[in-house]
Design a protein around this ligand. Sequence first.
Ligand code: FE2
Length: 188
Amino acid sequence: MARLVPLWTREPSSDAATIGAFLAERGIAFEAWNVPAEARALAAKARLDDADKARLLAIFGAELAQKASADGYRSADVVALRADLPGVDDALGKFDRVHFHDDDEVRAIVGGAGVFGFVGDDGRQFLVEVSAGEYLSVPAGMWHWFYCHADKDVTAIRLFRDVPAWTPRYRSTERGLATREPSADGSG
Ligand SMILES: [Fe+2]
C-alpha cells in the first residue's frame, strides 16, 4: 500500500484516494495495477533471468498496451534490485541523488518496495512509498530521487516512450534537502 509523507507536515497518509489526488495536483500519475499470483511469484525470486522478465512483460501485456496507446509509452523492460546483487549500491547511489530527466520516469512495481522523493514547484518536498501493484509516472523535468529500504528489494516494470534510456540531470547542490523521512525524535 502506498504511503505519502509531505515533509512539511510529516503527517503520513496511506489513503489511496488522498494520495492519488495529491499526486494528480502535481502532475504525477498514480494508479493501481492488479498483480496476479504468477507475477508475484516471479517478483519473489532471488534472481530473474531474461525468460522471467519476458514473462512478466507478457503478464502485463494489456496494461502495457493501454499505456502505449494512451500515453505513448511504447517500450518496457524489467529491473529487479536485490541486496546481494553485484553493483546494487552503485545503482542505488545514482537514483537517490536529486535529479530530473528529459523524459517521464514511469514505474509499475510488481514486487518489493521503494520510495520516491519529490521537490514540488513550491520547493516543498514529499515522499511516496510504492509497493507491488502501484504505478507511478514522474513527469519529465521534475526534481526527484528514489531509494530502497534496507532490504533493497524491488522489482519493477519500466516504461519508456522510445528505447529504454535513463539519463539523469543532477542538481548542482542538494543542500537543505531532506531526502529521507525524518526520524520521530528529529535526529534524522
Ligand atoms: Fe529518476
